[in-house]
Design a protein around this ligand. Structure first.
Ligand SMILES: Cc1ncc(COP(=O)(O)O)c(C=O)c1O
Length: 427
């Protein structure tokens, strides 16, 4: 019944379910520990034989209620919160790909994720082949190896605003016996639910639209429960063979559709500990309650701004999938008919100096590292978020040196356009 509610209702009502006489609003369980009457009760929790709370690094009622809400929004089976989007992407991959493993990853992704997979995880013995997401099925197939464990991509890439052909990627992953992990941060489940198109696991930097107010860094991992680990048992021994650190539990046998999230919680969260504070989960929940209203306004404003920039003589190019001449327009219409997101990329005519002069002349639009929150902001990835990447890597990832990432907020759009128009005069 509950899952039958429409997404707007889920934004408000899912997650926290108060019993009679309990707080109407999700409480902040700001407690590291939970009390039990006898030691056997606690022992059963440690053995994963009973459900309940014992230590917030593993589970906390506030965090779990928010994870349950995001799981319902995505239409998933189980979910967990992490302390950041970085942790979510790391855990999602590391949960099934250990030293000696390999992943195939779209090269159009957030710079931090690119570093994580391309550099840091390489030091842990995990290799990553970056692929052009627009390549043909056959070209993409060539990237797979016998030790490939997962495919990773972003629904709408940050900052190059490439829209993923989710069905193509899901088919590719499944034909090679591995799951598709999709970072759905920019689209949010309001605009796209990747499980409906075949993705198996979804991640989020909840720091962005979900929180929406730039108050709390956070992440989430949601599992559809659809990938059959046992059917590919030798590829995923972590899920299909005994975990000696839990008395020989076989996650896929004992937890079925919940295996992936149970393992990520019981092993990775236990050992690596990237949990959000309950206070941050509470703030995230406040953001989620208005996600549907904000996403609609972000998209409406962004469409108007993209059209304004597209028609401006001092603007060289605009990349926003809502523009009908955009190469990703068709894919956006298919996967996100209600709108994509509030983020676009564009370049002004002239050199890098011109771009800097334009940015420095903005008044309402702030220069910040952040993206995808209520306030309009701008960033030059080549000199900010992606500055560790070489010129060749930038080009490969579709990030032109003149690219500016503009994140449209939910202010009055006329004020945003007036600010941009004024700053363009400075060039
Ligand atoms: C698409 C995407 N995924 C993941 C991340 C990392 O998230 P966080 O900053 O919450 O660690 C970001 C950050 O910008 C992002 O844009």
């Amino acid at each position: 019944m509950e899952n039958g509610y429409r997404i707007e209702t889920k934004c408000i009502q899912s997650g926290w379910k108060p019993g009679c006489g309990e707080p109407r609003v999700l409480p902040i369980y700001q407690s590291t520990t939970f009390k039990y009457d006898d030691s056997d009760q606690m022992g059963r929790l440690f053995d994963l034989e009973a459900e309940g709370y014992f230590y917030t690094r593993l589970q906390n009622p506030t965090n779990d209620a928010v994870a349950a809400k995001i799981t319902e929004l995505e239409g998933g089976f189980a979910g967990m919160l992490t302390s950041s989007g970085q942790a979510a992407n790391y855990y999602a991959v590391f949960n099934i790909c250990e030293a000696g493993g390999h992943i195939v990853c779209s090269n159009s992704i957030y710079g931090g994720t690119y570093n994580l997979f391309g550099t840091t995880m390489k030091k842990q013995g995990i290799e990553c082949t970056f692929v052009n997401p627009d390549a043909s099925y056959e070209e993409l197939s060539a990237a797979f190896r016998l030790d490939t464990k997962a495919v990773f991509a972003e629904t709408i890439s940050n900052p190059s605003i490439v829209v993923l052909d989710i069905e193509k990627f899901a088919r590719l992953a499944h034909d090679h016996g591995v799951p598709l992990i999709v970072d759905n941060t920019f689209a949010t489940p309001i605009n796209c639910r990747p499980f409906e198109w075949g993705a198996d696991i979804v991640t989020h930097s909840t720091t962005k639209y979900m929180d929406g107010h730039a108050m709390a860094v956070g992440g989430a991992i949601i599992d559809s429960g659809n990938f059959d680990w046992m059917a590919h048992a030798d590829k995923f021994p972590g899920l299909t063979t005994k975990d000696e650190s839990y008395h020989g539990i076989v996650y896929a046998e004992k937890f079925g559709k919940g295996a992936f999230i149970t393992k990520a919680t019981a092993q990775l969260m236990r050992d690596l500990g990237s949990i959000p504070s309950p206070m941050n989960a509470f703030l995230l929940n406040v953001g989620l309650e208005t996600l549907h209203l904000r996403m609609a306004r972000h998209c409406e404003n962004a469409q108007k701004v993209a059209e304004f920039l597209n028609g401006h003589e001092k603007v060289a190019w605009v990349n926003y999938a809502g523009l009908s001449d955009n190469p990703y327009y068709e894919l956006a219409q298919k996967y996100m008919p209600g709108g994509t997101c509030g983020v676009m990329a564009f370049g002004v005519r002239g050199d890098r100096e011109a771009a800097m002069r334009f940015m420095d002349s903005l008044k309402l639009t702030a220069i910040v590292t952040h993206v995808a929150d209520a306030r309009t902001c701008i960033l030059h990835p080549a000199s900010h978020t992606h500055r560790q990447m070489s010129e060749a890597e930038l080009n490969e990832a579709g990030i032109r040196p003149d690219l500016m990432r503009l994140s449209i907020g939910i202010e009055n759009v006329e004020d945003i356009i007036a600010d941009l128009a004024e700053a363009l005069k400075a060039i």
